[in-house]
Design a binder for this molecule. Sequence first.
Ligand code: GSH
Length: 92
Amino acid sequence: MPEIPTLFVCHGDGGGPRVHPCRRVQEALRAASIDYDKVIAGHGNPIPFLRKGSRDELRAETGTTKLPALKLPDGTVLTHSRAIMSWISAQE
Ligand SMILES: N[C@@H](CCC(=O)N[C@@H](CS)C(=O)NCC(=O)O)C(=O)O
């Protein structure tokens, strides 16, 4: 079992505009000094048919195809940046 959380993000990773969810959660994790592993798990696009590639591996790991997703060491998966940010806040 991993000892640190794993963050699954889209190909935009930590870039893009400040509102980009995958960027926001990574900035928050760093600000809170929370170590994490990261997996680039999909080519996100708000328009479903423009998303590229299969997300079968992401679904197998997290039970969802949503990004960003944070998998905690106990196996709990948080999706939606707001839920992830709440968890980060609770760690401080
Ligand atoms: N409201 C969601 C939005 C998530 C979102 O927009 N994710 C981007 C990737 S960062 C996306 O393209 N989602 C569509 C998808 O690829 O599933 C959140 O804050 O987590």
